[in-house]
Design a protein around this ligand. Sequence first.
Ligand code: F6R
Length: 608
Amino acid sequence: MCGIVGFTGNLPAAPLLLDGLHRLEYRGYDSAGIAVLENGKITTEKTVGRIKSLIDSTDNGKTVSGNIGIGHTRWATHGAPSLENAHPHLSGNCKFAVVHNGIIENYSTLRKELKNEGVKFLSQTDTEVVPHLLEKYYNGNLIEAVSKVVKMLEGSFALGIICTDYPDTLVAAKRFSPLILGVSDKGNILASDVTAIASLTKDIIYLGDDEIAVLTPDKTEVVDLSGKALEKEVSEITWDVSAAEKGGFEHFMMKEIFEQPKAIKQTLSGRIKNGEVVFEDFTLTADKLKGINRIVIIACGSAYHAGIVGKYVIEDMTRIPCEVDLASEFRYRNPIIDDETLTIVISQSGETADTLAALKEAKRLGSHVISIVNVVGSSIANASDDVIYTWAGPEIAVATTKGYSTQVSVMYLFAAWAAKHLGTKDDKYIADFLAEVKALPQKIEKILLQKDRLKEMAKRCVNTQSLFFIGRNLDYAVALEASLKLKEISYIHSEAYAAGELKHGTISLIEEDRTVFALSCYNDLADKMLSNIKEVAARGAYVITCANEGETEFEKESNQMIYVPKVHELLVASTEVIPFQIYAYYVAYHKGCDIDKPRNLAKSVTVE
Ligand code: F6R
């Protein structure tokens, strides 16, 4: 996630900005920069990579003098990590410098309008529209210009702004992205979170949505978008600032589990318009899509499981046959691919060696390749014909959670986009489906409230040697991911089985007290699942069933129940996976495992 810091006061700004950025490093970033204002001139320093090189190149800020400035760590969303795309961004006349956290959803419309008026853009970012708009609307009053521009922006953002006409005034504004102001007698500071502020002060003000903060060395004022002054409370930070890095959670994995509603919202943002899906800059046209007779999805691990969800949803909505392949198998099996095959590659890191090699093989054989990737500018993104980014933010825990959930969300978007262009679902169906997709974050929030109950339930598995997950159709796809999550962090042997397949051999492993998780949210097959649950219960299994709220028919045959809110039949993976991520986390927690860094695993698998 991008990080912002800004300072105006009686101390040199650059060292403070660099210190703040250093403290924000834990959020993950790929490039960084600062802008300092002195004698009517803004100086910027940027780097791709570590903040350390910015510290070295500026002799810890000493070469960039001035007492007011803004800084930024960037996690790329629009445009690859590069010096041009690194913040701060300047207006054409170099009067304004801007740092931004979040996504400006209507940036492409604004960018087109500005370009038509002759504005030259130096980056691919959504952010750069802001300094250009400030230049356009500025008539000598900075706050009025900021207010006007903020009203034009859609999406989520936190902005830090300096202007050469205001030698000691730092301006900030936000909507849906956090921004905190720090008040001190050495000057005033702003940042995306308290970690970057705490070295200077413990007195903070939380800026609200659609509020503008005006900071000078000895004053912090907040106004609304009409310019009316607002009373803001100053609170004191009394808690351990280092805990803020993990959002107050003990591990990144739990922090990221709780970030899923936001990550999904961000991934959907700007992509659902008037009841249909819009993918900006897609080169796969509707005509080309009509010539596709087969889709092959390629990935590894959890991304492969997201692909299996995709298969069920895409086939249902588009009627195009869809295969899912493990990248490590695909690349060595002389695959049958041609220019009528569409390949979809899924990877959180964008660097997985097998997935990248499989992608290249598919391209060599003439296939159009779309990748679904989290890391902007990664090797897989660069090698693809089209990229749909999952805007999940950096994922730090080795076991993926929000990465998987956002990949699955993109699968829904792609299925709805393809169904619309192929005419396999009518407009009403697609609009209703997308409305349900948009409602997912809210439903997931509700499931997260079950955390403490799941923590208690997870104690049961601490001494378990081996267990099973069973499900059918989309429930089976989730069973695969739930099983992987549990085994990779808790080191318990676990197998996911298509529930109807158990009786062809594996049922011999079901014995007294064997834990079986039965996933039963996909309604069409509820009766069949009930029979499978009876099969294992009759052989002594301890059955924990996950079903939709209100569907109590499984209770009689189950030892424990987990309920999730009911969603559209094709979206069950998004809700059903959440309790199993939490359950897996707590089994590992009770066992004392190294949750964020499980043994033998790496976050990015760049070797075969
Ligand atoms: C499991 C997990 C892995 C990854 C797999 C692919 O929690 O994270 O199974 O899903 O290594 O990685 P990416 O998505 O980076 O290609």
